[in-house]
Design a protein around this ligand. Sequence first.
Ligand SMILES: Nc1ncnc2c1ncn2[C@@H]1O[C@H](COP(=O)(O)OP(=O)(O)OP(=O)(O)O)[C@@H](O)[C@H]1O
Ligand SMILES: [Mg+2]
Length: 331
Amino acid sequence: MSAIKTHDLTKKFKNLTAVDRLNIEIEKGELFGMLGPNGAGKTTTIKMLGTLIKPTSGTAVVWGHNVLTEKDEVRSNIGIVFQDPSLDIRLTGAENLDFHARMYGLSKEKRKKRIKEVLDLVELTEHAKTLVIKYSGGMKRRLEIARGLMHFPHVLFLDEPTLGLDPQTRRRIWDYIKKMTSEEEVTAIITTHYMDEADFLCDRIAIIDFGKIVALDNSKNLKQAVGADVISLQIGDGEEKFLELLKGVDWVQKITEHDGLIDLNVQQGETKIPEIVSLAQKAGIRIKSVNLREPTLEDVFLKYTGRTIRQEEGGAKSLMKERVRSVERRR
Ligand SMILES: Nc1ncnc2c1ncn2[C@@H]1O[C@H](COP(=O)(O)OP(=O)(O)OP(=O)(O)O)[C@@H](O)[C@H]1O
Ligand SMILES: [Mg+2]
């Protein structure tokens, strides 16, 4: 049995199709990412899988239960960490957790033990008795993750878990998420519009645009599908001679000269660097520097949508500018 399976899952709001025939199958224990720009349909998908809103059509099965006909069973097996903060700031950290666990009917003894465990996991034990109003943004987010785990869910949904946090705090949250999936054996579904987050955390990533999956695979395969790596070379004397030699190499897909550098498009760049170095040595040419750049998830998004995620956030004007730039980049 998979943790989650959807078939043509669809949500329409009047004329707008927020989620458009989504088909995903998530394995138990997987850390699954949904990467997409603002308005792509990420939160709507999570709300349907979490039984908070009804699909317009299609089906979804979460931990063996149908989201339409077995709401209670689905709810008891999942936890959700929402995009918008939902803690009670007038209570302490521990009280927030206790309140949540009572709603799930955990006994007093179990609650006490579990509060300790989840606070330990996100390193908030020292702040258990501090009012949440005094917590920093990062601490609040950690407490929300802890709360999502309180009732031992099999599946945890994390909607934009690091939105608005500084880079250092984001890294720490990533560590907790990794730790959580290994120590607690939960299946996690994370939505994000941060490329680095999806890249670092997720076993597989579904790239979502306008409610549709445009690509789904692990990060490595997604990037490989974009195509070539770029090797940038800076060489001493004999540039012309070296260019001639490179033109004769069959695995060099493209050669571009710019700013005193030679850029080569090649597949699996790391395996090609030694060959380039030995080619230069044989011809008596000195390589001053070699730099390998792999495609990023941003390149993947660009390939499938013609836009970059970052500019999607920036409004229509910058979007136009970016479209021009992305066409240039694709050339
Ligand atoms: N209750 C609603 N009524 C009408 N339209 C809605 C409603 N909820 C969401 N939408 C629309 O559905 C689309 C998808 O929204 P959703 O919140 O799922 O996107 P998202 O990928 O989570 O975006 P973000 O990155 O901004 O959180 C958007 O165009 C949004 O305006
Ligand atoms: Mg959202």
